[in-house]
Design a protein around this ligand. Sequence first.
Ligand code: C5P
Length: 243
Amino acid sequence: MNNIDNDGSVVALVPAAGRGVRLGASAPKAFVAVGGTPMVRLAVDGLIASGAVDRIIVMVPAEMVESAVALLTPATDSAGDMVQVVVGGAERTDSVRAGIAAAPDASYFLVHDAARALTPPRLIAEVADELRAGHAAVVPALPVVDTIKSVDALGIVTGTPDRSGLRAIQTPQGFAADLLRTAYAADVQATDDAGLVELLGTQVHTIPGDAQAFKITTQLDLMLAETLLTRLSSGYATIARTS
Ligand code: C5P
């Protein structure tokens, strides 16, 4: 538990500087359109719609800064000067570090991948609520449906962890700002931010994730996202929540 700061500002950091080679698109992944709208714009719109975020910092490749500012300007129109674009880094960790440096005033951070473009605003608000309730690190988690095995360099199975104790972790991941700053002060790399916080020995609290917060990584994910967005925008109810 951290000291509760109900008035503290919530800053969302949106890493969008990945190349997205697994998607096979010519544009950086966050700028690939889903239903005609680039993923990063959908992700920013979701953060604004949550009503839980005071400021949004989007980290993009250096050559995309100008187009990102133009793309996110409509979002800015409806929300004052809420959205800021900064240059990301070579690895995701470097991009998040650049975002942290741009927000010395933050009390809480929500780190949210642009590639989780269809994350329900409700899930974003729930993570922020848990932070304000006193948890220093909060992540959305879903049960794992596949059996997971560890393998060695030759692909030989070395173990089968008990699936009931495993979770797939999504974003937004929420942190008391000073905790995330400390976690990133060291020169380290990780595929998620909570992993760095765990290294400090801090407890990471899970809340039920949402299937709709899936990460758009492959062409198959893109097809799923297109279908889902069409159904959502034509008034279908959101898909049933998995817990
Ligand atoms: O590669 P992966 O799918 O794990 O990337 C997750 C998110 O991190 C994506 O939104 C991607 O744009 C972002 N990223 C970044 N800077 C990098 C690499 C990835 O902001 N250097």
